[in-house]
Design a protein around this ligand. Structure first.
Ligand SMILES: Nc1ncnc2c1ncn2[C@@H]1O[C@H](COP(=O)(O)OP(=O)(O)OP(=O)(O)O)[C@@H](O)[C@H]1O
Ligand SMILES: [Mg+2]
Length: 368
C-alpha cells in the first residue's frame, strides 16, 4: 500500500515521507512541516482517528490537512468521526490514483504558496526595517547639516565683522599718508589705489555679511505686495540716476504670501540687475509681472538689456560669480546668490532665460 502511494505521488515534485504506524507518523510530524497527511484509518497499534486527534493537539500540525483512506467501513458515521478530528477529506478504497494525486497536489501547491508568502512577508519586514533605519540615518544627517550650516553662518558673520577693524586702520593710515605726501602725484595715485581697494574689500565684507543674514534670519510670513515693492525700488533707482530714461512696466496687484523683508531684498536685486544691464540699451524697458508656468505661478523681472549666453546660466546664482566684466558693469556678484537664498527659503525656485544682446528674464516661484 505504502509503495503504491509513493508511486502515485512521485511526479508531484514533492517529497513523500512514509510511516508504518501512527506513532511513527507522529515522530515525523514533530520534526518537520507537511503539506498534507494521508492517513489510513486501520493501522497496527493506534487507529487513524486516534492518530489524527494527537496530530491536532500539537501546535506544529494543528492545521495540517488530513485525508483519511479506508477500505473497511463505508458508513457515514465513520466519515463523521473523521471530520470531527478535522479531516479535510475522506477517501474510500479502492483508491483511484488520479483522484488522490489531484487532491494531494492541491495541498502541495497551497503549502508552497504559503511558504512563498511567509518568505515574502519576511522580506517585506526586512525592507521596512531597512527603510526605517535609512530614514533615521537621514534625519541625523540633516540635523548635522543644519548644525554645520548655522556654524558656518555665524563663522562668516564673525569673520566679516572682524575683518573690518584692520581694514579701517589701513584706510586711516593711507589717508594720513596722503596728507603727508606733499602732493607727490605718484604717491597720491598709489595711495588712491590702496583706498579704492579698501573700499572694494569693505563692500565685499558687507555683501558676505548680508548674505549670511539672509540665510539665518527668521522667516515671518505675511501678505506681501510685490508690485508695490517693485514700484518703490524702481522709483529709488530713478532718483539715484535721473539721467537714465527707463520705461518700467509693473503689473499692479501682484500679492503673495511670504517674508516681506526677504522678498524685498530678492526683488530689489533682480530689478537692480535689470537696471544695470540695460545701461547700454537705447530704449530700456524693465517689466515686472506674474504668469503660469508648468501649473505654477511664476513671478518675473524682464529687461531688454545686454543679456547673456545661457551656456553660463549654471554659474549665475553662485556667490561672487559674474558673467560681465567689473569695468563694464560694477558689482560683486552676490545679488543673485542672495535672491536665490531668499527664494529657496520660501520653498520656491529661481531661474533665468536670456540671450546675448536680447535681454534677460529672471523667474521665480514661491512654493505652496
Ligand atoms: N538682468 C541681467 N542681464 C544680464 N546679465 C545679468 C542680469 N542679471 C544678472 N546678470 C549676470 O549675472 C551676474 C551675477 O549677478 P549678481 O546680481 O549676482 O551680481 P552683480 O549684479 O554683478 O553684483 P551685485 O548684485 O553683487 O552688485 C552678473 O554679474 C551678470 O553677469
Ligand atoms: Mg546684482
Amino acid at each position: 500500500m505504502l509503495v503504491a502511494m509513493d508511486a502515485m505521488l512521485a511526479d508531484l515534485g514533492a517529497e513523500v515521507v512514509a510511516a508504518k504506524s501512527g506513532r511513527e507518523a507522529l515522530k515525523h510530524l514533530l520534526e518537520r512541516d507537511f503539506a498534507v497527511i494521508l492517513l489510513d484509518v486501520k493501522m497496527p497499534d493506534m487507529d487513524g482517528f486516534e492518530t489524527a486527534a494527537l496530530i491536532r493537539e500539537r501546535e506544529r500540525s494543528r492545521d495540517t490537512p488530513i485525508i483519511f483512506l479506508t477500505g473497511v467501513d463505508r458508513s457515514a458515521t465513520m466519515a463523521m468521526r473523521g471530520y470531527a478530528v478535522g479531516a479535510v477529506d475522506y477517501l474510500v478504497k479502492p483508491i483511484v490514483p488520479e483522484f488522490v494525486r489531484s487532491k494531494v497536489s492541491v495541498f502541495v501547491d497551497l503549502a508552497r504558496k504559503n511558504a512563498q508568502m511567509v518568505h515574502q512577508a519576511d522580506r517585506l519586514r526586512v525592507r521596512e526595517e531597512e527603510a526605517r533605519a535609512l530614514a533615521a540615518e537621514q534625519r541625523v544627517l540633516i540635523r548635522e547639516l543644519e548644525h554645520k550650516n548655522r556654524e558656518l553662518e555665524s563663522f562668516s558673520y564673525a569673520v566679516s565683522h572682524d575683518l573690518r577693524a584692520p581694514l579701517r586702520r589701513v584706510d586711516g593710515f593711507a589717508r594720513a599718508l596722503t596728507d603727508k605726501s606733499g602732493g607727490d602725484p605718484t604717491a597720491d595715485r598709489f595711495l588712491g589705489n590702496i583706498r579704492e581697494s579698501v573700499r572694494q574689500m569693505g563692500q565685499l565684507i558687507d555683501d558676505v555679511l548680508h548674505l549670511s543674514r539672509v540665510t539665518s534670519a527668521e522667516m515671518r510670513r505675511q501678505e506681501v505686495d510685490l508690485s508695490a515693492l517693485a514700484d518703490l525700488a524702481l522709483g529709488r533707482m530713478r532718483e539715484a540716476e535721473p539721467s537714465r530714461k527707463v520705461t518700467a512696466r509693473v503689473r499692479p496687484g501682484v500679492v503673495v504670501q511670504g517674508d516681506g523683508r526677504l522678498l524685498r531684498i530678492a526683488l530689489e536685486n533682480l530689478l537692480q540687475n535689470a537696471w544695470k544691464f540695460t545701461g547700454p540699451s537705447r530704449e530700456p524697458v524693465i517689466e515686472f509681472g506674474a504668469e503660469q508656468r508648468d501649473g505654477e505661478r511664476a513671478y518675473f523681472v524682464k529687461d531688454n538689456g545686454v543679456g547673456f549666453d545661457m551656456g553660463y546660466a549654471g554659474r549665475l546664482f553662485g556667490p561672487f560669480q559674474r558673467l560681465h566684466r567689473a569695468a563694464e558693469f560694477p558689482g560683486s556678484g552676490i545679488g543673485l546668490a542672495t535672491a536665490q537664498r531668499v527664494i529657496h527659503r520660501h520653498g520656491g525656485r529661481i531661474w533665468a532665460e536670456a540671450r546675448p544682446g536680447e535681454g534677460a528674464t529672471f523667474l521665480f516661484t514661491l512654493g505652496r
